[in-house]
Write a protein that binds this ligand. Structure first.
Ligand SMILES: Cc1ncc(COP(=O)(O)O)c(C=O)c1O
Length: 279
């Protein structure tokens, strides 16, 4: 497939844009007015025509420490020169164990095991797999229902799309999403519930009533493997959970032997002012 608009926007340098598909992007539209960055420093990108642009979402929360941060760049270079890659199947490397220990030290409570993945999407799907394998190893292989939340986003793979609650994904891939998945209601209802800027919203009613009263009752709690949520909803817009919501969710899960998965792709590693959203 080739596109008629395949020249660099500045016209000076020919840039063939025929071969890369951008995800979550209207590609033809992009090519009519491409936004192309050629460098980055601190909180700014440099565009192909020399303008500085603020990276206001730290490149989808991946560059929270800033672009081209020297200690990070130097650590990456040093490691490339020392040991560039070793598979994690049957072997490992010293730095991976050190990194896992540092992460375990940052994690709240008794969370102290780390399984490295290559993306948030892979991590979300892996967490679902770990939940199934965990229950099976304990002799409860029948626990295979997952519960997510409306408007939840857990990446682009089939597991994450299934527990996620984005209608656009269901429109296209719905027929092949995971079976035995249900969704709780979203945590923001602008008509009936107060929302105070920068504070935990207080709901008049218990937003988790429906979880115990309808969803768990329908599937039977003993069949439920895990509930997965973003501690703070991100892709749906920035929505804090109602006051006490996460604590109550933890209690409900504990009561029924259900695992609680926090997808911390955008809340983890200091981005909430604490180490993790769970804190
Ligand atoms: C909560 C959450 N989970 C999963 C993902 C997917 O992560 P990735 O884009 O690294 O696959 C994202 C991406 O923003 C996310 O916000």
């Amino acid at each position: 497939m080739s596109s008629p608009q395949s020249q660099h926007p500045a016209g000076s340098t020919a840039l063939n844009m025929d071969h890369q598909w951008l995800p979550f992007t209207a590609n033809r539209h992009f090519k009519q007015a491409p936004r192309i960055f050629v460098a980055a420093e601190g909180m700014h990108f440099t565009t192909h025509d020399g303008r500085q642009v603020i990276d206001g979402i730290s490149s989808l929360w991946c560059v929270g420490a800033g672009h081209n941060r020297r200690p990070i760049a130097e650590a990456i270079k040093k490691q490339l020169d020392t040991l560039d890659y070793a598979t994690a199947f049957q072997i490992s490397n010293d730095q991976a164990f050190e990194a896992a220990q540092m992460i375990a030290d940052l994690c709240p409570g008794d969370l102290n095991k780390v399984l490295f993945c290559n993306s948030g999407s892979e991590a979300a799907d892996t967490s679902l797999k770990v939940a199934l394998a965990y229950h099976r190893a304990r002799g409860e292989g029948h626990r295979n229902v997952f519960i997510g939340r409306e408007k939840g986003y857990h990446g682009v793979n089939f597991g994450g799309m299934s527990v996620g609650g984005l209608p656009a994904n269901r429109k296209v891939y719905g027929a092949q999403l995971l079976p035995r998945v249900d969704h709780m209601r979203f945590i923001h209802d602008p008509v009936h519930h107060a929302y105070i800027h920068n504070q935990e919203p207080v709901w008049q009613e218990d937003p988790l009533l429906e979880l115990e009263g309808r969803i768990l009752a329908l599937h039977d709690p003993s069949n439920v493997a895990a509930i997965i949520v973003e501690p703070v909803a991100g892709s749906a817009g920035w929505y804090l959970p109602p006051k006490g919501y996460l604590q109550r969710l933890r209690q409900i899960c504990d009561k029924h032997g259900i695992l609680l998965i926090f997808d911390e792709v955008i809340t983890g590693f200091g981005r909430m002012g604490t180490n993790f959203g769970a804190d």
